[in-house]
Design a protein around this ligand. Structure first.
Ligand code: C2E
Ligand code: MG
Ligand code: MG
Length: 716
């Protein structure tokens, strides 16, 4: 090759030095994908080539241009490298390869030509390479596009297949809502031909039950704000019937992202929906009457109380049939059920116009939810409607029944705005209506309720109090009006309450009677009074002090009372004649034989019997003769009627005349008379004048602990 022969003209070692310098430079100026030795070897070939053309006669440019190209092919393309290569061709190359000899003629021009050709070769090769690369990119891009188009064609074919063959309804619409196409199931679902639906607008598929915000969502979808939307939607079929669907709409966009059309996938879920509705109805309604049940009632009540801001005003009529249990037991459950159905329908009808919710709470309890009323008067009006509706005679089978109900009325203004508080209040109020005689309504009263609560707290505490020994006895003197001598003491019970202090019997005896605890409490009083009296009798036998113990009607009725009294006497050792039992008129005035026999057996034990609070009940005077009693205690109002200090008032005279008559009557029956609640000396004076035998009251001493009586006996 030409370079080899030309090498003779050039200095080989100078060329090697130049190649080494060149290699060093290019490695310094950029990345070279060759090792240092490889780079040097490559550049030595080019150096020798350039040296050869420098000394030969042939034109230098083509070889230099080839070297420029070769550099690009070797990836030595950093701009700094070409700059160094071009510049050093003039600066260093001649000096190195001439090795001190004189250069050929026109050396300067030749070098300049070589510089230009090297740069040009470099540039051209670079441009060609860029073209090749671009072309390769373009070619692969085209190949890619072909693949994509094929894929699209495939997917469209698949889509078509799905569209035609799907069991599910599919519809395609433009972003203006125009339906472009629907498949057969879609058309079938709505009862139309495919053709009838094409070109109509989706807006014509509006249904009044469409969920709030659904159409706004669709608007946003076609505006490109969302890509999918899913709702449960109801459609009208062509024949006017309804179909429930699960509707999923997807937005298909142009390549640049603009909304193009929508695809709706619609599944008929009518059966599922109806089943759900049926199950929900069953879960929320009473199977017998078809009325909403308590669950639905509480759901609605909660919603009303919590939704509106400020919370809406809500009233409740809580209605319970009077004596339904007797009807049910007497006529059988079948007729009972039919009665409930009739009542339920009437209640629903009577407020149908206002649209109030009527629910069955269970058993014979119903509620009417009065929402949006102006106040408690509106709720009362509803209660009256309901009572009237219930009270019309009911025909069940061949029976004509007269039914009544009681209604508890509450209002969120009175009873607070929690559903449970409201219903608790309604329950309490219903109880009041029942207690006040049934067949009526009562309105919730927070103060009364507070009293009830305090009362029931007391009731709840009674049994424990008895076990803990919290009851104490005080004794009130009963004295002779003739000489003022202490003849007897009345045992009066008190409750030493750990928190409330000393509580008088008026606050708990009634409760104890209601709950039946009076029997145990009364027995405790009796035994304690007998023990105390026995001690007095032992210490002061001369006094012959009688202890008078109150006996509640329930105690007197208890079959064991005679044995209890006998045992109290026996175990205390108190002589029977030192015990007096006070009974109320109502306890002894019954016509039944049993109480009378009990009284006779008590009298037979040797104890005295007194009628307490005489004149406040309905005494049958004739009956009084048959009773084995020894004493009448004149009730406080008669004694109050005697105002000895104002003797000239007509009223006082009347009061005195009554006491006069009563004392005469008692004496005629050979009974003692004790006046209660004697507070003034003047009263005592008049009572003495009227020949009343004994008296008790503040004038002679209040009820006091046992020791006070002992002290009194000692002082005599
Ligand atoms: P009661 O048997 O008629 O008892 C007389 C009541 O009159 C006592 O009230 C007594 O404190 C009160 N009193 C005394 N002096 C005066 C006075 O000067 N003026 C007036 N206005 N009242 C006076 P207390 O102790 O509150 O007892 C009330 C009622 O509780 C008793 O009426 C009795 O019915 C009943 N009770 C008390 N202890 C017992 C008990 O152990 N068993 C039963 N079953 N009932 C009891
Ligand atoms: Mg008494
Ligand atoms: Mg009394």
């Amino acid at each position: 090759m030409a370079g080899t022969s030309g090498g003779n003209a050039a200095d080989r070692s100078g060329a090697e030095r130049y190649a080494a310098e060149w290699a060093q430079a290019v490695r310094r100026l950029g990345f070279v994908p060759l090792s240092a030795a490889e780079t040097e070897r490559l550049l030595l070939v080019h150096t020798l080539r350039l040296a050869h053309v420098l000394f030969s006669a042939e034109p230098a440019a083509p070889a230099a241009e080839e070297v420029g190209r070769a550099l690009v092919e070797a990836h030595l393309t950093e701009p700094g490298m070409i700059e160094w290569s071009v510049r050093s061709l003039a600066d260093r190359f001649p000096a190195q390869v001439l090795g001190g000899r004189a250069g050929p003629p026109g050396l300067g021009d030749r070098i300049a030509a070589m510089q230009g050709a090297l740069a040009a070769g470099f540039a051209r090769a670079l441009r060609d390479r860029t073209f090749t690369q671009q072309e390769r990119i373009a070619r692969s891009a085209w190949q890619a596009r072909d693949t994509v188009e094929q894929a699209l064609r495939d997917s469209e074919a698949r889509f078509r297949a799905v569209f035609r063959g799907a069991a599910i309804g599919i519809g395609i619409a433009g972003v203006d809502g125009t339906i472009i196409d629907v498949n057969q199931p879609f058309a079938d679902m709505l009862g139309y031909q495919i053709e009838e639906l094409r070109r109509t607008n989706v807006a014509s598929l509006f249904h009044p039950d469409d969920a709030a915000g659904m159409w706004e969502l669709y608007e946003e979808l076609v505006e490109g704000k969302h890509d999918t939307a899913r709702v449960e939607k109801r459609y009208y079929r062509k024949d006017g019937s309804a179909v429930w669907t699960d509707l999923a709409v997807s937005l298909i966009r142009y390549d640049d992202g603009r909304p193009r059309f929508t695809v709706a996938v619609v599944e008929d879920i009518t059966e599922r929906y109806e089943l759900q509705q049926r199950l929900r109805f069953q879960a929320l309604h009473d199977p017998l009457t078809g009325l909403p049940n308590r669950t639905l009632f509480f759901e609605t009540l909660d919603r009303l109380l919590n939704s509106a801001a400020p919370p809406g005003r809500v009233g409740v009529c809580f209605l319970d049939l009077d004596g339904f249990k007797a009807i049910n037991d007497g006529l059988g459950h079948d007729l009972g059920d039919r009665l409930l159905v009739t009542i339920a329908r009437r209640l629903a009808d009577c407020v149908a116009e206002q649209g109030y919710l009527v629910a069955r709470m269970g058993g014979d309890e119903f509620v009417i939810l009065v929402d949006g009323g102006a106040g408690v008067d509106d709720v009362i009006a509803v209660a009256e409607l309901a009572l009237a509706a219930v009270s019309a005679p009911v025909r069940v089978g061949d029976q004509q029944l007269a039914v009544s109900a009681s209604v508890g009325i509450v209002d969120s203004d009175l009873a607070g705005t929690s559903a449970s508080a409201l219903m608790k209040a309604a329950d309490t109020t219903l109880y009041w209506a029942k207690a006040e005689g049934r067949g009526r309504w009562a309105v919730y009263d927070p103060e009364r309720s507070a009293r009830d609560i305090a009362r029931s707290a007391l009731v709840a505490g009674l049994p424990v109090a008895l076990d803990r020994g919290e009851f104490v006895l005080h004794y009130q003197p009963i004295v002779s009006l003739l000489d003022g001598r202490l003849l007897a003491v009345e045992a009066l019970v008190r409750w030493q309450h750990p928190e409330l202090g000393l509580i008088g019997p008026d606050r708990f005896i009634g409760l104890a009677e209601e709950t039946g605890l009076i029997v145990r409490l009364g027995e405790w009083v009796l035994r304690r009074a007998c023990r105390d009296a026995r001690r007095w009798h032992t210490e002061f036998p001369e006094a012959r002090l009688v202890v008078s113990v109150n006996l509640a009607a329930r105690q007197a009725d208890a079959p064991a009372i005679v044995d209890t009294v006998a045992d109290a006497l026996a175990s205390s050792g108190l002589p029977a004649e030192l015990l007096q039992l006070e009974l109320t008129e109502s306890a002894v005035m019954g016509s039944a034989e049993e109480p009378l026999r009990t009284l006779h057996r008590l009298a037979a034990l040797g104890v005295r019997l007194a009628i307490d609070d005489f004149g406040t009940g309905y005494s049958n005077l004739a009956y009084l003769r048959r009773l084995p009693i020894t004493c009448l205690k004149l009730a406080a109002p008669f004694v109050e009627g005697i105002r000895g200090d104002e003797p000239d008032l007509a009223a006082d005279h009347r009061g005195e005349r009554i006491v006069d008559a009563l004392v005469r009557l008692a004496h005629a029956l050979e009974l003692w008379v004790t006046a209660e609640a004697v507070e003034t000396e003047a009263q005592a004076e008049r009572l003495r004048a009227l020949r009343c035998d004994t008296a008790q009251g503040r004038l002679f001493g209040p009820p006091e602990p046992e020791q006070a009586i002992t002290a009194r006996l000692r002082a005599v």
